[in-house]
Design a protein around this ligand. Structure first.
Ligand code: CO
Length: 134
């Protein structure tokens, strides 16, 4: 059911510093920082030949990544994002398999303007999983 790895997301305290690290030290193609108030984060996308890295910095008072950064002060891998062809069919199959979909279970429009869902990390080997409709 899942398709390509769309991105790996890394939570950071200082997105300008992290973007510079990827641009200068690792020599990657790095986007401008984009505030995403609806998601409580600022994002930078790093384009690699086979996938992307999404840098996330908290934005606003109740950012969904604030607690993660309290537990991981140096930053860390926050989630992986897999592409699916049909997000509603994927959700229904996962729920039938007993997996927990976060939030109200309905897809939201994500950072790429495509429908996304998040799956409970306890059901997926301790890893927060994002599904994005390709
Ligand atoms: Co993501």
């Amino acid at each position: 059911m899942i398709g390509r790895l769309n991105h790996v997301a890394i939570a950071v305290r200082d997105i300008a510093k992290a973007a510079q690290l990827y641009r200068r030290t690792l020599g990657a193609e790095v986007s401008a920082a984009v505030p995403q108030p609806a998601h409580g984060v600022t994002t930078v996308f790093i384009t690699l030949p086979n996938t992307k890295i999404e840098l996330l910095e908290p934005l606003g008072a109740d950012s969904p990544i604030a607690k993660f950064l309290e537990r991981n002060p140096d930053g860390g891998i926050h989630h992986v994002c897999y592409e699916v062809d049909d997000i509603l069919a994927a959700r229904d199959r996962l729920k039938a398999e007993g997996a927990r979909v976060l939030g109200d279970g309905n897809p939201k429009i994500g950072a790429h303007d495509k429908p996304v869902l998040f799956l409970h990390p306890k059901d997926f080997c301790g890893t927060l999983v994002e599904l994005e409709q390709a």
